[in-house]
Design a protein around this ligand. Structure first.
Ligand code: ZN
Length: 413
């Protein structure tokens, strides 16, 4: 599937020192260093195209954009793959509810997502892969799992035996009861008769009446969600042969920790005999007015709505980056106003011929980003620089700082 346009990334002077990037790994529940490498492999789960692009989505893709930008600025190559679940139950349910064709809904939402990512200045993935186009990869992956004894049928559907992975549960750390509850809430079917274990996950859904389906060696049907990501990641990221891990980073919102990322990782491990991701990195949810932002509450705030109302996309970017990426946090008009005030004063100081010193500032920003993307510290450092500059401090290079903010934070003024 077509990705969105490439983004120009300014280069940063080689005098700056880049420490190895550390990130919070949900699987180990600790901040871990990502060892320096020439090539990193990053897979970030994409949207299901029926409600793009709300601020929760935007916060997630901006976070991994920061990861991408940091690793590239270090001088490494980042192989970045993202999927788009362009066939799944929620998409069909929404299309039915609204009386529209599911493909028309998907195409319009994919276009909107691409447009929003472009507007927000997000570096596109090298491969942007839809579930439908990945069906041959999924059927191959099911065959591999079948050969490993990890697949069984219920009626004409196929399920993955989660306990064929002896490490199942090690990335999400949930008790049995909690696993079952969350599994049911997030598209699982723990109560289905005929399953060997309530947590076993669907990998192939045989055609249902009035639903789309595609031919395969497993019959007419469509892929399950978790195996879609496993198959796409392993095919397009071309894992290293001599590494303990197939890929470096599996990313997404923290609502994907279980079951989605646990299942994909388990399927990857069973089908290859190797561990899936070195780090599982998750972003916090964005709430509104003290409540979780969600489809069911109908309180989603969309990037396109804000931009169409005249909000500068860079203001949205700043507002979503001002606080730590991993924590659940609230969106508010106050936050948007704070970000606008910040951006206006930053723009003003960068447009002056004289400004406060910038070399140490750029180095400190790099250091803060290396420390689990500490954007809160980055914005505090920038605010101090703005204050000093407005008080007449001199000796800095505003052009160099502008390029560094563009390269590292994606703030293009
Ligand atoms: Zn995924």
């Amino acid at each position: 599937m077509k990705s969105w346009p490439e983004v120009y990334i300014p280069t940063i002077d080689s005098k700056y020192v880049f420490s190895e990037l550390s990130l919070f790994n949900s699987a180990s529940k600790s901040i871990q260093v990502l060892p320096r490498k020439d090539v990193y492999r990053m897979y970030v789960c994409g949207i299901t195209p029926y409600d793009s692009t709300h601020l929760g989505h935007a916060a997630t893709y901006l976070t991994f954009d920061l990861v991408n930008r940091y690793l590239r600025a270090m001088g490494s190559q980042v192989l970045y793959v993202q999927n788009i679940t362009d066939i799944d139950d929620p998409l069909l349910e929404r299309a039915n509810r609204d009386g529209v064709d599911w493909q028309d809904l998907a195409h319009s939402q994919i276009d909107l997502f691409r447009s929003d990512m472009t507007t927000l200045h997000v570096i596109p993935p090298a491969q942007y892969i839809g579930a439908v186009e990945a069906i041959p990869l999924v059927t191959n992956k099911i065959e591999e799992l079948k050969a490993a004894g990890a697949i069984y049928g219920v009626d004409d559907d196929l399920y993955f035996r989660v306990h064929s992975d002896t490490d199942f549960g090690s990335r999400s750390h949930l008790g049995k009861e909690e696993s079952l509850k969350i599994f049911a809430e997030r598209g699982g079917d723990p109560a289905r008769a005929g399953k060997e274990d309530p947590l076993d996950s669907l990998v192939w859904l045989a055609q249902r009446p009035n639903e789309p389906a595609w031919p395969s060696i497993h019959g007419q049907g469509r892929p399950g969600w978790h195996i879609e990501c496993c198959a796409i990641a392993l095919n397009y990221l071309q894992p290293e042969v001599n590494s303990d891990f197939l890929i470096d980073i599996q990313g997404g919102g923290n609502d994907l920790i279980f079951p989605h990322h646990e299942m994909s990782a388990a399927q990857a491990r069973v089908s290859t005999g190797r561990n899936f991701a070195q780090l599982y990195v998750h972003t916090g949810m964005i709430g509104l007015n003290g409540q979780k932002m969600s489809k069911s509450l109908g309180n989603l705030v969309f990037v396109s709505t804000l931009v169409n109302s005249g909000v500068n996309p860079m203001t949205i970017r700043c507002a979503l980056m001002m606080h730590g990426y991993a924590t659940d946090r609230m969106w508010s008009n106050d936050l948007l106003r704070d970000a606008q005030v910040f951006l206006d004063s930053l723009t003003l100081q960068l447009s002056q011929s004289q400004c406060a010193p910038t070399s140490d500032l750029i180095q400190d920003i790099i250091q803060a980003l290396s420390s689990n993307l500490d954007t809160q510290t980055v914005f505090a450092l920038l605010q101090t620089w703005i204050d000093k500059s407005s008080q007449g401090s001199e000796g800095g290079n505003p052009g160099e700082l502008s390029r560094a903010l563009d390269a590292l934070l994606g703030i293009a003024l």
